[in-house]
Structures are given as C-alpha cells and as structure tokens.
Design a protein. Structure first.
Length: 764
C-alpha cells in the first residue's frame, strides 16, 4: 500500500464526526483514491494521513451505517469530515475502498458491533444488551442460559479486560447475569479482541472488550428513553457551549418488580448511571470528564409468626462499580496525537445476614456483614505518532495503585440475658503495578504487521514480579480482497477472581498475586484468513487458534471460601495449566436490507492440576465442541425490521455422582471424574420486531420480542432426587393414595421457556 517514499509529502489530519450529533466516529475509514493510501480514525475519532503532494485530493470517507462521502479538497490546518447516518448500498465502488482498509488493517480475531445493530436484535425482557449480542459471535460463549458473561476461547469470565473509555472495570453483570451494566443508548462504539492483542493492552489473558460512551450531542438537546419489563432508561444530551462543550447523562433502573410478579420470593433492584462532559478549549485540545456508577441489591426474607413466637431471617447481597476519569486529548502536530488519563475505579461486594428470634421470654439475634472491595487509582498516557503512510508508532505507560479489601467482617450477637458480643475484623492489602509498551505498525504494498512489546511489573508485600510480553502480528495481502494473518501474544494477569455463589449472588473476591500465588499467564497463536466477496457485500474470516495457560487457580476438592477468607491460599490449587484450541468461521453481511452473520466454532478446552482428578486432564467447565449462531436482520420497509437469532451448542461438561451408599448420617455419594458428564445440547430461536415511526416531536419505536420461540427446555443445571411412587389402597370403602420415595433419578432444571416481551422507546 506504500510506494514512493522519496516523493514530497503533505499530511491530512482531523476528525470524523456524525453530522447530526457531532459525535466522533471510531474506526471510520479515510481513503485517498488517487494514491490508494488510507487510514482509520483512532479511539478519539482522530486520523492522520501522509500523502504525496498534490494540488487536489480525492478523498472517500466511510463508516458502517453511514452514507459514504467522496470529496475533492485541499489540505488545511484541520480537515474534519461529517457523515450522514443511513445506509448507502448502491455505492459498490466506495464499498470496495472501505474494505481495502479492512483487508490491510493489522488486526485479527476482532469483532466490531454498532449499537444500532444491537437494538434491532431480539431481546429479553424488552432490553437490548451488548453482551447478548457478542455471545452470538464465534469464539465467545455465554456459559449458560441468560448469563451476561463472556467466556472467550476457553478462558474464564475474569480473564476479560473490560474497558469503559479506556478504564478497566470488574464485575459487569446485573442480577442473575441477565443484563450487562452498560446502557446501549449511551454507547457509541463496541470492539472485542479475541487474539492478536496489541501491546497497549495487558493484565488479562483471554480478551479485550472496549466500550466507548457517547460524548453528547453538541448541536441540540435531545431526550430518549425506553420503558421495558426488566428496566426503564432515560438519556439526555446536548450542548453547553456551542461547538465547544457538550454533555451526556443516562440512567437506567428497574421500575417494574418483575421478580415479585413472578413470585420468586426475592426482592431486587438495580440501577446504573453514565455521565460525560467534554470541553474543547482549542482545536487541538479536548478535556473529557467521565462518570459511571451502578449497583445491585437483592434480598430474601423469611418470617414466621405463631402466637407470641416470632422468627425472621434476612439474607442480602449488594455489589457495584464506580468509575471517574479525566482525559486530556492533545494534537501535538499533524502527525502526533496524545491522550492522558487519570481515573479512580472501585468495586465492592457486601453480604449481609440477620437472624432474630423472640417470644415472651426470649429475644436473641445474630447479625453478620462481610464486605469485599478493590479500589484502583490509575494514571496512563498513550501516544500515536503517524510517521509516514507506511509506518506509525504507538507507545505509552500505565501506573495503577491497587487497594484490596478482601474481607471486612462485622459480627454481632444479642441476647436478652447476656452481654452483647461484637466482633470486627478488617483486612487490607495494597499493590503497585506499572507497564510500558510500544507498537510498531507498518503497511507496505502487500505486507504489513504490528510488532510490539509490553513490559510490566507488580509489587505486593515485598514480592516483585516482572514480565516482558512480546506481541507479533503479520499480515499478508496479495490482493484487495484477501489477507492471511498470523499473531503471537503473551499475556499476564496479576489479579484473580475467586467465587463461590449461587445463581444471581456474585460473591466474587478479587485477590492479588503474592508469594504463594504467582501471576497467571498465557501464550496464544492465531492464524487467520480474511476475504471479501461480491464487491465487499460479504466478509468472510477463518481463524485457527491455540492457547496455553499457566498458573491457573481452582478450589481444592471439597473446599470453598466459606470461613477461609483470611487464609484463602490454603484452599486453592495453583500452578494449574490450561490448553484451548479451535477453529472459528465468521461470514458477515454488514449492510443492506438483509444483514447479519453466521458464526461457527469448533473447539476443545482442558485443565490440568496435579492434585485434582487424580492428576489427569479434565474438560474446562465451559468446554463446548460445537457452537453455532445464525443472525438475520431484515428491513421489511422503511421503519419496520424483523430479526431472528438461532443458536446451537453441544452440552457443557459437569461433574455428577455415579454411585450411592447408605451411611449412618445419610447417603454417601461417590463422584466420577471431574466434568466427565455432558449436559443436553442447547438450542434456541428468538424473534424480534421493531417498528420505528417519526413524529412531530421526534421518534418512537415499538419492540416486540419472543424469547425461545419453540419452547426448548434447555438445561440450566442438573440435580438428583427421589422419584415418588404412588400406592393406592382401599380403606373404609374409600380409596387412599399415598406417596413413597423411590429410586434416585437425575433431573434437569430449565430456566426460561417461551417468553414474549415488549418495550416502547422514544426520542425527543
């Protein structure tokens, strides 16, 4: 793609915006047709393109979901471009230019989604969800019915680096895993990297999920919202100083007590808030203040009243994140762009238990509260240096001060006739993490790549860990429609998530590496083939990956964290190994009246611990041989779209008992090898209908979704129980039916069957 270095050069630079809102567009393509040089906007919507000197340029600017523009222009101090939302399927030649950049981009195993796409997919409880959409992509699994977690290429959910405007968050699912914590109305860009990680990313093993929030409409004030079964939400955005400053504020909360209506015996509420304020003092500077806060509260109450006797117990769990960040973007020159970030992130988890008993002569109560938290203070810098059309350099640093509160416990016993007992236990640990990185991104006529390295260090309680993580990505593109890519990535993870929880009660404890627990690490190799059919209307990719992981953690057999938070390392098996390998196929039609994709994964994922499963390897909990997703979005007419998703997956492995013996204190169960039994295969069809209409005051949308159309009883978990044998006897001229316990059988618990939902959205 690069020729003629000796020619006299000039540099075109600026931003690409949405013309209606002035929101920057991330990943928009800027292509000069005469020279065939092109580039894409970065995370701030900024681009820089050095070209052979010419009197006039022929530039095409494109972005999925927007009408493409082709302009003749001369270079000025800033060349900003503005795209009009819409779909232009007739510009075949322009589509070709855009996809030339896709082929030449030095990235592999990347999934990009637009919030507009997600809004058109079938949803659950009337709520569109980012994670549910990503789970339909190859190599990404949900881990079970209704969960809003990501299990990527055999990794665990805590091995995903989840970034909100470049700042990492921890647990990101609402109660039961039904819902992701980010409101799609407030999101501008979604990007997932499954392999070939650039050097600027670190600290996790399996994937990177980048979420960018809207900066706010800088042209006019607008309101939009949705009323749904699971939650309702409202977004307000608008200018503060025209062309200088804008804001965005979003809030989402469950207003309808769905869990009470379903008679689950549970009281539950949640909310999340996003806010953003940006200010441009000059054309070269932008200051952005971001804020996020979300929280979940779930409680179960049981009461018994009998005459003067009263018994009550309350069990409650709450968890949530807080994030505040300050960003300063600066254009140092036409070829140098920098971003500086200061941030504070906090995750907390609180478990509360209260039991009381009272009568005329008795009054006693037990109250216990356990709090776990992690606080991060972050400072990082990132620079883009666009040296020439063939080569650009990214480099930067990251500093994080971690403050861990693994276990603060407050225990109180009150008795009418005895002194009150009050015990308090507080714990705190701190760790210091640093990293430096550099990426060398180059692209010549038929060959490109991204060669980089990340050096990181971790310091906790006198223990020091150092790591050098090389990253290699090579890209061969003999034509404008085909490329073959290879990547090598080495990753380290210094913080570990330990969990013992039932469904919906995420008692997650984030623990630091220490002298007993070393950092987890992985090495992943990926080979990818990418091609484009029918002038760019169809994109096809085929990825082969192999991932080795070391220093993995697992609980010892029969152990958990209950009562062991102070000495948690004694109940953990460490130095575990993991191996994941697979093939991913992805066929996508990104635009047009009919759009969608087919994603297929064939994979195998195993774990090995010396002291587990008699030292033999066993399948990972989320090992799935075959995973298939089909997604279709059909524009029936202007303002009406119909969508459908069908998913299929072979059963997950579980551990079950295979023998039972009577004992003095009950039956004794003998278990087979770990994860040696497979659940039933999983499949489900969902349908969605969106009706959009423009009004005098704005827009309104009705959304109707049907979850699990053919009422498939998919397994949620399995359990053993005695069958009931009915005996019929004739007594005193009547028939008496009595039930006796029979043999023990294995039963399946399913979560959701056929379920329709409705939502109404509006925009002023």
């Amino acid at each position: 793609m690069f020729t003629g270095l000796s020619q006299e050069k000039m540099t075109l630079n600026g931003y690409v915006f949405d013309i209606k809102t002035k929101e920057p567009l991330i990943g928009a393509n800027v292509f000069e047709i005469k020279s065939k040089y092109g580039t894409a906007t970065n995370e701030s919507g900024y681009y820089s393109l050095t070209l052979p000197k010419a009197d006039a340029l022929l530039i095409t600017i494109s972005f999925i979901g927007y009408n493409t523009q082709t302009l003749k222009l001369k270079i000025s101090e800033f060349n900003n471009f503005y795209l009009i939302p819409g779909i232009d399927v007739g510009e075949i030649t322009v589509t070709r230019y855009r996809n030339e950049n896709i082929i030449r981009n030095n990235e592999t195993s990347v999934i990009k989604l637009q919030p507009k796409q997600i809004d058109k997919l079938p949803n659950f409880f009337g709520e569109s969800d980012i994670i549910k959409a990503l789970q339909l992509a190859p190599g990404i699994q949900s881990g079970g019915e209704g969960k809003s977690e990501l299990f990527v290429r055999g990794g665990s959910s805590d091995q995903n680096l989840i970034l909100l405007d470049g700042v990492p968050l921890y647990y990101v699912a609402h109660f039961g895993g039904f819902l992701f914590v980010f409101n799609t109305d407030a999101v501008s860009d979604i990007n997932v990297i499954k392999g070939g990680f650039p050097a600027r990313f670190g600290n996790k093993l399996s994937s990177v999920l980048e979420i960018r929030m809207k900066e706010g409409n800088s042209k006019r004030i607008s309101f939009q919202g949705t009323v749904g079964l699971l939650s309702s939400k409202l977004l307000v955005e608008g200018p503060i100083i025209k062309e200088k400053s804008s804001f965005m504020f979003s809030i989402r909360k469950n207003l309808i007590p769905v869990f009470k209506i379903l008679d689950t015996g549970t009281d539950y509420n949640f909310y999340d808030i996003n806010a953003k304020l940006n200010y441009k003092p000059t054309n070269k500077d932008k200051v952005i203040l971001s804020f996020y806060m979300g929280n979940d509260n779930v409680s179960v109450k049981n009461q018994l009243h009998l005459n003067n006797f009263k018994q009550k117990d309350i069990r409650a769990n709450s968890w949530g994140n807080k994030l505040a960040s300050l960003n300063w973007n600066h254009v140092f020159s036409k070829k140098m762009f920098g971003n500086n970030t200061c941030a504070f992130v906090s995750y907390n988890n609180r478990n509360y238990f209260n039991y009381s008993l009272s009568s005329d002569s008795l009054s006693e109560s037990i109250e216990n509260q356990i709090t776990s938290a992690i606080n991060d203070f972050i400072f990082k810098t990132d620079f883009n240096w666009f040296i020439n059309p063939a080569y650009n350099l990214r480099f930067g640093q990251l500093i994080i001060y971690h403050e861990f509160i693994p276990n603060n416990e407050n225990y109180t016993v009150r008795n009418l006739d005895q002194p009150e007992i009050h015990l308090v236990f507080n714990s705190k640990e701190s760790a210091f993490e640093t990293s430096l990185y550099a990426e060398n991104n180059f692209s010549f006529k038929k060959f490109g790549g991204n060669l980089g390295a990340r050096f990181s260090s971790y310091h906790v309680n006198g223990q020091n860990y150092f790591s050098l993580e090389p990253r290699i990505l090579l890209n061969y593109f003999p034509s404008n429609t085909f490329s073959a890519k290879y990547s090598y990535s080495q990753m380290n993870q210094y913080i570990h998530m330990l969990s013992y929880s039932g469904v919906g009660m995420p008692n997650d404890y984030w623990m630091p590496s220490n002298k007993d627990i070393e950092p987890e690490n992985s090495i992943q190799n990926t080979l990818g083939i990418n091609t484009i059919f029918f002038e760019g209307l169809l994109n096809f990719s085929l990825d082969f990956y192999h991932k080795k992981m070391k220093n993995l953690l697992s609980f010892k057999e029969g152990e958990s964290l209950v009562g062991q938070l102070e000495n948690w390392t004694t109940v953990i098996e460490n130095n575990g190994e993991g191996c994941s390998k697979g093939v991913e196929l992805f066929l996508q039609k990104p635009e047009g009246k009919t759009s969608g994709w087919i994603g297929t994964t064939l994979s195998k994922s195993d774990r090995y611990f010396v002291n587990l499963n008699n030292g033999n390897p066993f399948p990972h909990k989320y090992d799935r041989l075959l995973d298939l997703s089909i997604v279709v979005i059909q524009e029936l007419s202007k303002g009406i779209s119909l969508s459908g998703t069908w998913t299929y997956g072979t059963g997950y492995p579980v551990t079950i008992t295979n023998e039972r013996y009577p004992g003095e204190k009950g039956d004794i169960f003998v278990y087979d090898e770990i994860n040696s039994f497979r659940m039933r295969d999983y499949h489900r069809l969902d349908l969605g209908l969106n009706i959009w209409k423009k009004t005098l005051w704005g827009e309104q949308t009705w959304t109707l979704s049907i979850f699990n159309v053919y009422n498939r009883k998919n397994p949620y978990y399995y359990y053993f129980n005695n069958e009931t044998i009915n005996n019929t006897e004739i007594s005193n001229g009547g028939i008496v039916v009595s039930g006796n316990k029979g043999n023990v059988h294995l039963y399946q618990k399913s979560l959701f069957g056929f379920f329709p939902s409705f939502a109404y959205s509006f925009k002023f």
